[in-house]
Design a protein around this ligand. Structure first.
Ligand code: 4AD
Ligand code: MG
Length: 463
């Protein structure tokens, strides 16, 4: 008796017609009458279940028929092709071994649950259809990202998690220490916390971006990318912010802002294409139960050319809009969620917003000739808002130093970063793709908490 996975059976059922096969898995559903019954079985390898027909010819029919869902069994039987039925084949069981019985108070019974409830059982929710779809898409998308960069000649760089360098603002970084926080902390002469006897001998953080270290690798390998967990301590309780998320950060030498946008667009389309090819059952499910029209939206993305507008033009459009804003659009300010939504709906698709006022953006972005804006670009998409944030980097040593001083930062911690502008400086650019925001866009899921296995958000770290 050969053992098969659900996926293998779906791939090969025509070849296995009338053969005896064995399969192990969890009971997802069980319907029975006096003399026969149907078990829907899954082993996690494929989105669809397999139907196993049981009858009172089994010596343990009664025990099997009263099994609760999520009990595990090993079933052996004949594979019968059922052309006109809902499922293309079924297994007529000749033997069913009960491996484990699931307790009756199993919290994930077969009925509709709210997403909020499912978050309270984060250890069990990967078994629910929605999460079967979301997390398989997550896995396929992650691999597609590696595939995209590898096939285009990028080197995968592992940047450190522990850092003393400030990229996106130290206020957003978790502090790291081995000092005993229950005791009074040592102070310096100036009354500041004294880190000199701490493990690293100075103040350290958990990184909020791999970009600075990524730039060092780009100056050696030309094109690199990172892909890893990112931590930010911001107290933002929204549907699109998490304190732990995954980010992909490519960095490209000899590349300006226009070329960067070409890469961003190409990369996003590649990922979507792969997911559509490899997760058709999952996307079908998301289209039906999560976001109606999802498939069409994604297909349209592949065919479209993303709009590219300046921040100023975006504000012009917002100011002309015939509606009231909670936050009045402003040429000197960031886009609020409501603005992002309006702009993406206005163009009915992804929009690059570029050349932002310098005061609201990070120090490392290339100052434009106007002296007022920087060569930054955010990609806004309907639903998730900003999914990519990138820029051409300031490659002039003196201008970069000036910007660091303007922001009252300590240049001594990133002298090595400044040095890249002395030793082989070049026009270079990079971006950060928020992996969860991308998944929200691809699956239609509305809350970031439901596209990451164990979400970490303000006041929530339960598993
Ligand atoms: O715009 P951000 O802060 O840019 C950077 O970190 C740059 N260093 C990237 C670079 O140029 N290499 O973050 C990049 C992306 C955002 O566009 C967003 O998709 C995501 O990361 N992101 C978050 N995702 C979830 N939760 C949060 N709190 C996020 N903050 C940013
Ligand atoms: Mg950003």
């Amino acid at each position: 008796m050969e053992k098969f996975s659900v996926k293998e059976l779906y791939q090969d059922y025509l070849k296995l017609e009338n053969k005896e096969i064995t399969i192990e898995g969890w009971i997802k559903n069980l319907r029975d009458s006096k003399t026969f019954g149907f078990i829907e079985l899954n082993d996690g390898t494929f989105f669809k279940n397999i139907q196993i027909v049981i009858s009172d010819k089994l010596n343990n029919f009664k025990e099997v028929a009263k099994l609760s869902i999520y009990s595990t069994i090993k079933a052996t039987g004949t594979l019968v092709v059922t052309e006109n039925a809902k499922q293309p084949f079924e297994i007529q069981a000749t033997n069913v071994e009960i491996l484990s019985e699931c307790d009756r108070d199993y919290p994930l019974q077969n009925k509709r649950h709210t997403m909020e409830y499912l978050r309270t059982i984060a250890h069990l929710r990967p078994r629910a259809n929605t999460f079967q779809a979301v997390f398989r898409i997550r896995s396929v998308a992650a691999f597609a990202i590696h595939e995209y960069f590898q096939k285009n000649g990028y080197v995968y760089a592992h940047t450190p998690i522990i850092t003393c360098a400030d990229c996106e603002g130290s206020a957003e970084m978790f502090k790291l220490t081995t000092m005993d926080l229950k005791k009074e902390l040592p102070k310096t002469k100036d009354g500041e916390t004294d880190f000199s006897n701490d493990l690293f001998g100075k103040e350290t953080y958990i990184t909020g971006s791999g970009q600075l270290h990524g730039e060092t690798f780009a100056s050696a390998f030309g094109k690199i990318y990172t892909f890893g967990p990112t931590l930010r301590s911001e107290n933002s309780n929204t549907k699109t912010h998490a304190n732990e998320f995954w980010m992909i950060e490519p960095e490209i030498s000899f590349c300006d802002l226009d070329e960067l946008m070409d890469i961003e667009e190409d990369c996003l389309k590649f990922i979507v294409k792969r997911v559509l090819e490899q997760c058709s059952e999952e996307i079908e499910f998301c289209d039906k139960f999560i976001e109606k029209g999802l498939k069409e939206k994604l297909a349209k993305l592949l065919d479209s050319e993303f709009v590219r507008i300046d921040h100023k033009e975006a504000i012009d459009i917002l100011k002309k809009a015939d509606r009231k804003w909670e936050f009045e659009p402003d040429y000197e300010e960031d886009l609020a969620k409501e603005h992002e939504k309006y702009i993406t709906e206005y163009f009915n698709g992804p929009v690059f917003v570029k050349n932002w006022p310098k005061d609201i953006k990070s120090y490392y972005m290339k100052l434009n000739e106007d002296g007022k804006t920087v060569a930054a670009v955010d990609l806004e998409v309907p639903g998730s808002g900003e999914i990519m944030g990138g820029s051409q980097r300031e490659d002039d040593y003196d201008k970069l130093l000036e910007r660091i001083k303007e922001k009252n930062m300590d240049a001594s911690q990133i002298q090595w970063y400044l040095d890249l502008r002395r030793f082989g400086s070049n026009v270079h650019s990079g971006f950060g793709l928020g992996f969860e925001r991308l998944l929200m866009y691809i699956t239609g899921i509305e809350n970031i908490r439901d596209v990451i296995p164990f979400p970490r958000t303000p006041k929530n770290c339960d598993f």
